[in-house]
Design a binder for this molecule. Sequence first.
Ligand code: SF4
Ligand code: SF4
Length: 439
Amino acid sequence: MTTQNRLVREYDKFLDCVHCGLCLPACPTYSELGVEMDSPRGRIHLMRAYADGRIDLTDNFEMHIDQCLNCRACESACPSGVHYGSLVEAARAEIVEKRPRSASDRVLRWLVFEKLLPSRFKLSVLFLPMRIYQSTGLQWLVRRLGLTKLLPSRLRDMESMMPALPDPSLKGQLKHFMPARGAASCRVGMVTGCVMNEMFTHVNVATARVLNENGCDVVIPRQQTCCGALQVHGGERGIAEALARKNIDTFEEAEVDAVIINAAGCGAQLKEYGELLAGDPAYRDRALDFSARVKDVHEFLAGIPVKEEMGTIEARVAYHDACHLAHGQRIREQPRDLLSRIPGLELVELEESDSCCGSAGVYNITHPDMADRLLDRKMGHVSQARPDVVATGNPGCILQIQHGVRREGRDIEVLHPVELLDRAYRIKREGTETGAKDG
Ligand code: SF4
Ligand code: SF4
């Protein structure tokens, strides 16, 4: 028996669209391709035609829906408040459920979405060969000898995007309980993420230290799991729902005032658990309560009296708005405000700072050509701004812009804003004043 068309359930959202086209200039895929069906209005038209039963789920339908970055820039631009993100996520779930998939595709999805991402242990095993590749100097040698040219193009792209992985011993610094410096004014839970926990352990450590510095006891529950964002974007809502239930149970047990997240994509997802579990009577209200407690780290810090005693960082910093912070959570001023409090730091604006860099979850792997075009555009704006540092609050954007910086041979650091805050606090404590690279 086939399940009900998911887009029919979302039908009210189609009715908000008045087809004005004001979202078109904000859409990166429309700007690059100039094709109506690769614009928000065109995709809404397609999805509604399918919901009305006027078209089928064809290859063409899937291609235009897949090409969407789910960056939600169209939501910021839309005067009618169309919830485009929910529509495209429902369309993707419909495609995954109803379109035939090859056996290899099904196995790959099961492996990545259901087995790997939710398991910290399996992820750390997966990252082990990459750590060996880097720590033994093999990566240096392979790149030096130009051997990456021998790899298939997809693998070559992935290799070139691979950042220097952080020291795995850093994970030991992330304790179950990390007390505030001085008197505690609140108790917060921290989401450490799945891939974030492996590739950006240093950002998690910096986040916990900055929270401790600002009077927060930090709890990092061991039972937490992946937020489910990649699963929802990939159309696997059932898996995402199970992950959401587990995170709600875990953070309820931790009895925290707020749940802090430092990754924009994960934060947007955690804030939508209420919507994700709306059909589950046992979790619906608990999901809404959980989502109301979720705060992006910049949002949370901007709402408390932040400790102003910081060391000087002499650096020109350009801030890139991660899509799921700016468009997904409407958080734009808080990171800029926090950065501008650091003595010596000069904050410069990037042109089109809230336009997607091409990262978009795994988009840079599934659609490397479009991702490259968007990265080129972003790097053009970075060149104009001439920063020492690009700061951005999403791990995918950090990886993508770092890739752009390496490709162009530039001497620019790409950091999360909390790394700069942490650096400024440490400089103050250690009694030294320094530039951006000395932290
Ligand atoms: S999504 Fe919004 S901005 Fe775009 S065409 Fe519809 S109403 Fe206009
Ligand atoms: S989510 Fe981004 S790529 Fe997709 S239609 Fe909206 S603006 Fe375009």
